[in-house]
Design a protein around this ligand. Structure first.
Ligand SMILES: Cc1cc2nc3c(=O)[nH]c(=O)nc-3n(C[C@H](O)[C@H](O)[C@H](O)COP(=O)(O)O)c2cc1C
Ligand code: SF4
Ligand code: SF4
Length: 278
C-alpha cells in the first residue's frame, strides 16, 4: 500500500485531486483534504499531475518520473497517423540499441488496465532465430492443414465451430503461405531485421488489451523515427509454439508480434481506410 502525504502547509484545498482521482482515494473537508483510501490507489499519479501546489507526496513509490509536460506540436497529427502503413520490405540495416530501448520505453508508456503494468517486450534481432520462428509458424499452419478432411471438419463443426469457420475461410491464404515458404521466401516475418514480441501474465484477463495498447504506441513512435513496422497475426496464431521456442516464463502468454526496421520503400500517397460495416 502507498503512503500518500498531503502537505497541509501548502495545500490550498482546491479539491482537484478529489475530482481527478479515478478511485476516490481523496476526501475533502471544509478546510483540508486527506488521502482517505490509499489502499485502493492504482498509482496513476493523476493527483500529483494536477495539484497546483505540489502538495502531494507518495512514499514507497517511484515518483521521480513525474516531470513538467514538455511542449509538443500536434498540427498535422491526423496526417501523421494516416501515413502509418504496414511495412514488409526492409533495408538490411540493424537499428541501434539506444533507439530500440527508446522504442520499448515509449511503448511501455501505453495505458494499462487498472494501471497494472506487468506486460513486457522481447526484441529478437538474431536472423537465425527469426528464421527458426518462421519455420515454427509454418509448421503450425501445416499442422492446421492436416485437419482439412471432411471427418474432422464435421467434428469441429459440432465442438469448435469458430475453428472450423477459421479454417474454411483461411484455407487459400494458408496454402499460399506454405507455398511461398516452400519456394524459399519468408512470408511470415518478411526477412525483417527485428521482431518485437509482446507478452503479459496469463492471469491478467486484460493482458491482451494491454499488449495491444503497447503495440500501437510502439508502431506510432517507430513511424515518427522513420522506422517501418507491421503486426504479424500469422505468428500470433502460432503463439504457443513460439512462446516455447522463445523460452518465455510459463506464467506468461504472448499477445502480439511486430516486425520492424528501416523501410526499403516509401509510401508517397495516403489512403482513406474503408470501414465495411455501414
Ligand atoms: C485494456 C484497458 C482497459 C481499461 N479499462 C478501464 C475501465 O474499465 N475503467 C477505467 O476507468 N479505466 C480503464 N482503463 C484506463 C486505465 O486504468 C488507465 O489507462 C491507467 O490507470 C493509467 O492512466 P493513464 O491512461 O492516464 O496513464 C483501461 C485501460 C486499458 C488499456
Ligand atoms: S495515484 Fe491515481 S489512484 Fe492513486 S490517489 Fe492519485 S489519482 Fe488516485
Ligand atoms: S490538488 Fe493539491 S492543493 Fe488541491 S486539494 Fe489536492 S493536495 Fe491540496
Amino acid at each position: 500500500m502507498h503512503t500518500i502525504i498531503i502537505n497541509n502547509e501548502t495545500c490550498i484545498n482546491c479539491e482537484k485531486c478529489v475530482t481527478i482521482c479515478p478511485k476516490q482515494v481523496y476526501k475533502s473537508f471544509e478546510s483540508y483534504t486527506i488521502p482517505a483510501h490509499p489502499d485502493i490507489c492504482i498509482s496513476c499519479l493523476h493527483c500529483m499531475a494536477v495539484c497546483p501546489t505540489n502538495s502531494i507526496v507518495f512514499q514507497n513509490n517511484n515518483t521521480d518520473s513525474i516531470e513538467n509536460l514538455k511542449s509538443f506540436d500536434v498540427t498535422n497529427f491526423d496526417n501523421f497517423l494516416s501515413s502509418i502503413r504496414s511495412v514488409r520490405h526492409f533495408k538490411n540495416t540493424l537499428i541501434d540499441n539506444l533507439t530500440i530501448n527508446n522504442l520499448i520505453k515509449i511503448a511501455k508508456q501505453a495505458p494499462a488496465a487498472s494501471n497494472w503494468r506487468t506486460s513486457d517486450i522481447l526484441i529478437i534481432s538474431d536472423s537465425s532465430k527469426i528464421s527458426s520462428m518462421e519455420k515454427i509458424t509454418i509448421a503450425h499452419f501445416k499442422k492446421l492443414l492436416s485437419l482439412f478432411n471432411p471427418f474432422i471438419i464435421n467434428i469441429l463443426g459440432i465442438f469448435r465451430s469458430s475453428l472450423k469457420n477459421y479454417l474454411l475461410k483461411n484455407k487459400p491464404s494458408i496454402l499460399q503461405l506454405i507455398d511461398k515458404y516452400e519456394q524459399g521466401h519468408n512470408p511470415v516475418f518478411h526477412n525483417a531485421p527485428h521482431v518485437a514480441v509482446f507478452y503479459g501474465p496469463s492471469v491478467n484477463k486484460l493482458s491482451k488489451d494491454n499488449c495491444d495498447a503497447m503495440m500501437h504506441y510502439f508502431r506510432i513512435y517507430a513511424h515518427s523515427l522513420g522506422i517501418g513496422s507491421c503486426i504479424i497475426g500469422y505468428a500470433y496464431n502460432a503463439r504457443k509454439d513460439l512462446k516455447k521456442f522463445l523460452d518465455l516464463p510459463k506464467e506468461y502468454d504472448v499477445f502480439g508480434f511486430i516486425i520492424f526496421g528501416y523501410p526499403l520503400l516509401s509510401f508517397r500517397k495516403a489512403i482513406i481506410r474503408q470501414n465495411y460495416l455501414k
